[in-house]
Write a protein that binds this ligand. Structure first.
Ligand code: ATP
Length: 596
């Protein structure tokens, strides 16, 4: 209910917030444009009655009304369309900004990974048309209401019985709303199928996945899956449309009957003292007007139903964004003296029951480099997500120099951390921006960007670009340059190094696209530089890698297996222990020896 009320409030104010002056002007133009035709019909009645009854003043008044409203209508037609179109763009920009900033502002990742939440966000993004056209619908509704008031006044003046016509018109509006409700619910119920079909269509058609799809011969299977999903969507939506059409047909028939009866009534009255030929002309023309008004209200009402539902999703998202994810207001320490400790930390992904991390108890020392190793699915990336506070532990706590991470201001913690991930983003901006977004406050600082490029060992990538850091990245842009996977990854690493002295630097297989030697050289260089920075801030580097040549450089190595830390220590300690780490290390070393 709260969301519904908030939705209506958001719907009512969006246009006026997007561009207040133009919104008011557009509204005035539309309302005047809606009332003018009704006045014209009334002017015609005056002319007919005046001509038949030889009242020249009545004819004159009627003529003035008609000519004035015709001129007004012409002026309105010239400006109203341009004003409405501009308002559509204004509202689109305003709401797109609102939705994206709300989604991007939600701390954590839970909203992307819980299907019921992801569906709503997806609907909001993909079905944004109701939001885009919300203002034009709103003024459509207001102008239809103004038109209806004018029509009602005139009908009541002829004969109160004629008010049955607007009532029948209201029935049409109701039928249309019911029909819209059915279709809206069908859209929501099938959102997950369309979403899956869209994802598969992306895989089937995108250049990025083209090679793999062809090599595995997946085109046929993907198409069949897409067809099956879209089939479910079409059937469900088709059924809803058919139900709606039945309601609308019944309402239209009812209106048709009422209209005919009204004409008969007024024709009968025309021959008596209580009626006139002008009234007959009025009812014939106004009856059609009531039908048009009902259609206008129905259209506006139906789309308003959709719009309010879209705004309800937006209102829900705003409320969710305010309450979801990390909270806390304690300040983050400026430097780490002791480090980060995990106490009995367990974690289950939202909506799942199996713990991915189980009772982790470990101290990550200030100023140290900690490597996490383990087989695929052991929980390495999940641990990084907990440390960067994208998720909160299900049980236990993480302490930053003794302060519970859960109590720290999430925004402050985010700015104290830096990450480079295997699944990095390819920002199709200029190279300078693609690196600089790692620390927006220094985006414009050439020395900060150059230094990050150096630390990410991306100098050669930048040197190979035609306009250096000012080169546009991305093939789809004029003069845009595409990069290899490894080159993109080096820029992603440089981005992570934009924050020169983070308290936590998380590198989750950030060099998977580089060859082992390049990774090794990079980490030696990085370890030397970070040792200097760590001495100042006590910052901790957490590194996830499957390459033991890199891992062995770490001060502390955690071996994860099935969500538990099964071994921890330095490389030499773990080798001496002869356990799982030593076994994995030996396996990899043997593979390299055999290869070389
Ligand atoms: N969003 C999620 N929702 C539910 N389960 C998830 C989610 N992300 C990961 N998992 C599960 O958590 C487990 C640990 O995944 P995680 O990505 O942490 O492993 P990893 O050790 O980093 O693996 P890899 O070496 O393959 O990157 C896996 O079983 C995975 O299926």
């Amino acid at each position: 209910m709260l969301d519904q009320l908030d939705a209506i409030r958001l719907w009512l104010v969006s246009g006026f917030r997007a561009n207040p002056t133009l919104a008011v002007l557009t509204l005035l133009l539309r309302v005047t444009g809606a009332v003018a035709p009704v006045l014209q019909v009334y002017g015609l009645k005056l002319i007919i009655d005046g001509a038949l009854g030889h009242h020249s003043s009545s004819v004159l008044t009627g003529a003035v009304i008609i000519s004035a409203t015709l001129v007004l209508a012409m002026i309105i037609q010239c400006f109203e369309f341009a004003a409405s179109q501009t308002m559509v763009d204004e509202v689109h920009t305003y709401l797109t900004h609102g939705v994206i900033s709300t989604v991007a502002g939600i701390p954590g990742l839970e909203h992307h990974e819980r299907p019921e939440i992801a569906d709503r966000i997806e609907l909001l993004r993909t079905e944004s048309l109701p939001l885009t056209f919300s203002f034009t619908q709103q003024i459509g509704l207001i102008s239809a209401a103004a038109n209806a008031v004018a029509v009602l006044g005139i009908l009541a003046a002829i004969h109160p019985v004629l008010l049955v016509l607007p009532l029948l018109g209201a029935l049409r509006v109701w039928a249309s709303l019911v029909s819209g409700g059915h279709q809206g619910r069908a859209r929501e119920a099938t959102a997950q199928y369309s979403r899956r079909a869209d994802r598969l269509a992306d895989v089937a058609a995108s250049a990025r996945h083209g090679l793999e799809v062809r090599v595995f011969g997946l085109q046929g299977d993907l198409l069949r899956m897409i067809d099956a999903l879209l089939g479910v969507v079409q059937r469900r939506r088709g059924r809803a449309a058919a139900i709606g059409a039945r309601y609308e047909l019944a309402a239209r028939l009812g209106f048709g009957l009422g209209y005919t009866a009204s004409i008969v009534l007024v024709a009968t009255l025309a021959g008596t003292d209580t009626g006139s030929a002008g009234d007959l002309a009025l009812i014939v023309l106004l009856g059609a007007r009531v039908e048009q008004t009902a259609a206008m209200v129905a259209d506006a009402g139906r789309s308003t139903g959709q719009t309010v539902r879209a705004f309800a999703r937006y209102a829900w998202l705003r409320r969710y964004a305010r309450t979801a994810g990390a909270t806390g207001s304690r300040s983050t320490p400026r430097r780490l003296d002791r480090g980060i400790s995990l106490r009995d930390v367990s974690f289950r992904y939202p909506g799942t029951s199996v713990p991915v991390l189980r009772r982790l108890d470990v101290d990550l020392p200030a100023g140290g480099t900690v490597a996490i190793v383990g087989e695929n699915g052991a929980g390495k990336s999940t641990l990084v997500k907990l440390l960067t506070r994208l998720y909160e532990p299900s049980e236990g706590s993480i302490l930053v120099d003794g302060r519970p991470l859960a109590e720290l201001d999430p925004e402050a913690w985010r700015t104290s951390t830096a990450v480079a991930l295997q699944d990095f983003v390819r920002y199709e901006l200029t190279a300078r921006e693609a690196v600089g977004v790692g620390d927006l406050s220094h985006l414009e600082d050439p020395e900060a960007v150059r230094s990050a490029v150096r630390r990410g060992a991306a100098e050669q990538v930048v040197a190979s670009l035609p306009r250096g850091l000012d080169t546009q990245l991305g093939r789809e842009f004029t003069d845009g340059v595409d990069l290899s996977g490894g080159q993109w990854q080096r820029l992603a690493l440089a981005r992570a190094f934009m924050r020169p002295t983070p308290l936590l630097l998380a590198l989750d297989e950030p060099t998977a696209a580089l060859d082992p030697e390049a990774e090794y050289v990079l980490f030696r260089r990085y370890a030397a530089a970070s040792a200097v920075a760590a001495a100042r801030t006590g910052g901790i580097t957490v590194l996830v890698s499957h390459r033991f040549a890199t891992v062995r450089m770490a001060d502390l190595i955690l071996v994860l297996h099935g969500g538990r830390i099964v071994e921890q220590g330095s490389h030499h300690e773990l080798i001496a222990k002869g356990g799982r780490y030593a076994e994995l290390f030996e396996l990899q070393a043997r593979a390299y020896r055999t290869e070389w």
